[in-house]
Design a protein around this ligand. Structure first.
Ligand code: NAD
Length: 233
């Protein structure tokens, strides 16, 4: 079990969300002290981003509006402008590492992808505006990687995430089933969809943070994250 070198103080932006809370819990388990920044004020949190990043060497950025929101301006303000603010705040606070939660949908062009690698190009026609802003967000974070400034970045791309306290995926399926709306099959029943257990997604984030060093090939790169097998849907 290797921990990132240097300070064990990190911050999780979006740390009150589904993934963010699991990440915070695992980081605390591993002996980090964690500062959380989120607009959802479920506990006493710092009100300003810069104060949340004080003395922090590692930042995880997993804040986003829900993909189901149809508020384009909100996606733009949070995923694009908000991410520019996060990068600038990291530079101002002399943060050394930024790990972004991106999304596998950034390479989804509407046709099946099986065993897709990271060399797939960004989708030219993203499936929705959320994904379009996730593409812009990922580019901003990866392009900000600058070894000479001592600021290293990496992006993790999960597809669907499931696990305890999932607010969306399983509850939505259960709700639809209860209302009798699951009595159909799309295709011939052999379609595959990729879902990753939340603790595996967390593990991927922590591994990325641990391996993010100036001499590492992962600097400025995106990584797909999945379980071993896709789930038959
Ligand atoms: P979530 O909605 O549970 O958590 C997101 C958190 O971000 C919330 O606590 C919310 O309050 C916070 N937030 C939103 N806007 C903010 C702002 N302007 N400032 C500060 N905090 C803000 O979502 P999640 O499922 O935990 O998703 C986390 C990340 O993972 C997101 O970046 C999302 O795009 C990505 N992702 C999620 C899935 C999935 O299946 N859940 C799949 C792929 C990628």
């Amino acid at each position: 079990d290797c921990l990132p070198q240097g300070s064990k103080r990190c911050a999780v932006i979006g740390g009150c969300g589904f993934l963010g809370r699991h990440l915070v819990e695992k980081l605390l388990d591993r002996g980090f002290s964690v500062s959380v920044f989120d607009i959802r004020q479920s506990c006493e949190l710092p009100g300003a981003l810069l104060s949340a990043l004080k003395d922090v060497s590692l930042v995880f950025h997993c804040a986003s509006p829900a993909p189901s929101s149809d508020d384009r301006l909100l996606f733009e303000r949070v995923n694009i402008q908000g991410t520019q603010t996060v990068i600038q705040a990291c530079l101002d606070a002399r943060v050394q590492k930024l790990v972004l939660t991106s999304s596998a949908s950034v390479v989804f062009e509407g046709t099946d992808v099986k065993n897709g690698k990271e060399d797939l190009p960004y989708a030219k026609k993203p499936i929705d505006y959320y994904t379009q802003t996730k593409i812009e967000q990922e580019k901003l974070v990866l392009e900000a990687c600058n070894k000479s400034k001592g600021f290293l970045t990496v992006a993790i791309r999960p597809h669907g995430i499931f696990g305890p306290r999932d607010p969306q995926l399983v509850p939505t399926l259960v709700d639809a089933a209860r209302r009798g709306k699951m009595k159909f099959i799309i295709g011939d029943g052999t379609n595959l969809v990729d879902f990753t257990y939340v603790e595996n997604v967390v593990h991927g984030h922590i591994l990325a943070a641990e391996h993010l060093r100036a001499d590492s090939p992962i600097c400025g790169k995106p990584y797909h994250i999945t379980n071993d097998e896709p789930i038959r849907f």
